[in-house]
Design a protein around this ligand. Structure first.
Ligand code: LMR
Length: 394
């Protein structure tokens, strides 16, 4: 029955992580997968999470089934985090991480809205392609990043969006663009929203790194501007990074609708999709986030821990770019300094990325995406020297 199956193509990001784990080089550095490591190179257990988890344990709650869509408390907390408010126009369900929200959104658009295509930024997170193609959508691109100048192809982006057919689905990153770390400014967002509105497009916002750009509120500028319009749109959000709950697979899908009645019907459709796919979501991660956000003190603790993570990444950007500048690098190190979120699109080419991996055991996602939190005081000089070496003109 299975003899015809061929070896599968490994996932470019996850397989890199596996190779990194196998690597025995004493100075290996993981700058691949989007994971936050602290200054000692460990994935942190946030103090706010630890306390919330201890309280849960003390309560000795039984492991009952949650509602198909997750609890109403989590849904309202997600809405407040994203929009600063709750409104009956929003239908929010719990999802299996940000990826699960994207798949659920894709299934919703395919089965309930008869969408067969989506437009994503060029470039975008590799798994966007896999998720949307896997859900049966044809994936097209709109121009986004200019590898030569290291800036946005903003006019070309607007031109393409302006030429899309009415109702076309457009995937956008509200902050911390993955993989380029290059975001739109508030005025550019207003121009994009204007086109989305004029052309009556259907935006799908993927916010997986809320809080890693300029701050929890600032990173939601585009979403909050969207809510001021009458437009329908989707949002996938994730708690993997900003609460460091990677393995709990916790996120949300929010659909902004025209009316409360529509929102109720959309939620019903999402519940149908969830029930026939995995029945209902897991509860441990959602209970942690619920109690963390419901308690003023814990919430404050989390916000300041998130700020510490954000600031440490910025410091690493400054250290690496300063080291490259001092070493006379030919690489445009200003990108590394100025881009936002966990990633930098360094401009290192595939061959240089391969050399870094095979000569130095430094792992980046090709072509040239670096996950900055893998850097720390102990390895930044090693990485700087390696990059100077592989970028040295022949
Ligand atoms: C990444 O882009 O590295 C992260 O979003 C993790 C993943 O699942 O790929």
């Amino acid at each position: 029955m299975f003899a015809h199956l061929q070896p599968s193509t490994p996932d470019p990001i996850m397989s890199l992580m596996e190779a990194y784990i196998q690597d025995t080089h004493p100075q290996k550095v993981n700058l691949g997968i989007g994971l936050y490591y602290d200054g000692s190179g460990n994935i942190p257990l946030l103090q706010a999470v630890h306390i919330a988890e201890q309280r849960l344990l003390e309560q000795q709650r039984p492991h009952a089934y949650p509602p198909i869509e997750g609890t109403g408390l989590l849904a309202s907390q997600i809405q407040t985090l994203l929009f600063g408010e709750q409104t009956p126009r929003l239908a929010t369900v719990q999802s299996l991480g940000g990826s699960g929200a994207l798949k659920l959104g894709a299934d919703f658009m395919y089965h309930y809205l008869a969408r067969r295509e989506i437009w994503v930024s060029d470039p975008t997170w590799a798994n966007h392609w896999a998720i949307f193609e896997g859900a049966g959508l044809k994936v097209n691109t709109y121009p986004y990043f200019d590898d030569i100048s290291g800036g946005l192809r903003f006019d070309a982006m607007l031109d393409t969006l302006s030429s899309l057919p009415e109702g076309a689905v457009v995937l956008l990153h509200p902050c911390c663009h993955n993989p380029t770390g290059t975001d739109l400014s508030p005025s550019q967002w207003r121009a994009v929203i204007d086109v989305l509105q004029r052309r009556r497009l259907l935006p799908f916002f993927d916010i997986a790194y809320q809080g890693f750009g300029d701050g929890l509120e600032e990173d939601c500028y585009a979403l909050r501007e969207m809510l001021k319009t009458e437009m329908d749109f989707l949002v996938s959000n994730s708690f993997s990074k900003n609460v460091a709950l990677y393995g709990q697979r916790l996120g949300g899908l929010t659909v902004c609708c025209g009316t409360a009645k529509e929102a109720a019907h959309v939620k019903g459709a999402l519940k149908t999709l969830i029930r026939r796919s995995y029945s209902c979501p897991p509860t441990h991660g959602s209970q942690i986030v619920e109690s963390l956000l419901a308690d003023t003190q814990l919430r404050q603790m989390w916000i300041s821990e998130l700020a510490t993570m954000r600031q440490r990444i910025k410091q690493m950007r400054v250290s690496l770019s300063a080291g490259l500048e001092q070493g006379g690098s030919t690489l445009d190190y200003t990108r590394i300094r100025d881009q936002k979120g966990m990633f930098s699109y360094t401009g290192l080419n595939e061959q240089q990325v391969s050399q870094l991996r095979h000569q130095y055991s430094i792992y980046l996602v090709a072509p040239g995406r670096m996950c900055l939190p893998g850097l720390n005081q102990h390895n930044v000089d090693y990485v700087t020297a390696a990059i100077l070496d592989v970028t040295r003109p022949a």
